[in-house]
Design a protein around this ligand. Structure first.
Ligand code: AP5
Ligand code: MG
Ligand code: ZN
Length: 209
């Protein structure tokens, strides 16, 4: 199964991805996570991407496409994948098609703008294992400490309010047109992401089963 998770910043793509990849036994590919890893390791790709990410802008299409194309060639993708945060522009979606990267189903998680800002600014992530928390909706048992691995939980550098607002605007202008794009292909399902994360998960499973 080859699935694309579409949705604005803070919609819950990463949160939902964990359960989806477990249930369907597919690989989770988050372009944002790959970029953040490269930034942390100080690779040339990370250095290029950081400038855009810090401003809430998209990394240039050519860089992202090459990265995903490379990733999907790896063996673990043969039985399926979940793309989280890619494609994000019509150009990326068209490139996927041209390059033969298949998409069976697109899950579009819809959340109102006011909710999104609160979700992103309250998000905390584990420095070590990447587990995602929220100060109000999913707090760690011990403040500042990951439940899973005991490492420190921190705020993402692009989760400051002004940057979140910019990311939402970029989503609306660059990524939202993909809803129509996949609507025309007839393989998109819309999910209301305002509900509790567990309820959202059930709705996604119902759409994919
Ligand atoms: P990326 O990492 O993809 O960020 P994003 O799309 O902005 O999405 P987020 O990760 O912020 O949100 P999410 O939907 O995963 O929400 P989460 O589950 O964490 O991209 C970052 C940057 O990388 C981009 O800005 C760009 O620069 C670059 N980039 C990446 N891909 C690119 C591409 N293809 N092209 C070009 N550039 C690219 O949830 C958020 C919070 O809400 C958490 O705290 C969570 O606990 C909480 N939460 C989740 N669900 C619920 C719920 N139902 N109820 C209550 N709280 C909830
Ligand atoms: Mg995410
Ligand atoms: Zn952890």
């Amino acid at each position: 199964m080859k699935v694309v998770l579409l949705g604005p910043p803070g919609a819950g793509k990463g949160t939902q991805a964990t359960g989806i990849v477990e249930r369907y036994n597919i690989v989770h590919i988050s372009t944002g996570d790959i970029f953040r890893k490269n930034v942390k390791e100080g690779t040339p790709l990370g250095k290029q991407a950081k400038a855009y990410m810090d401003k809430g802008e998209l990394v240039p299409d050519e860089l992202v496409i090459a990265l995903v194309q490379d990733r999907l060639k790896q063996d673990d993708c043969k039985d399926g994948y979940l793309l989280d945060g890619f494609p994000r522009t019509t150009f990326q979606a068209e490139a996927m098609e041209k390059l033969g990267m298949a998409v069976d189903k697109v899950i579009d998680i819809q959340v109102g703008k006011d909710v999104l800002v609160g979700r992103a600014t309250g998000r905390r992530v584990c420095k070590k294992c990447g587990e995602t928390y929220h100060v109000s909706f999913r707090p760690t048992k011990v403040e500042g400490v990951c439940d899973k691995c005991g490492a420190e939980v921190i705020q993402r550098s692009d989760d400051e309010e002004a940057t979140v607002a910019r990311r939402i605007d970029v989503y609306l202008s660059e990524t939202a047109p993909l809803v129509d794009y996949y609507e025309k292909k007839g393989n998109i399902v819309h999910i209301n992401g305002d509900d509790d994360a567990k309820v959202v998960q059930e709705k996604i499973f119902a759409a994919l089963d």
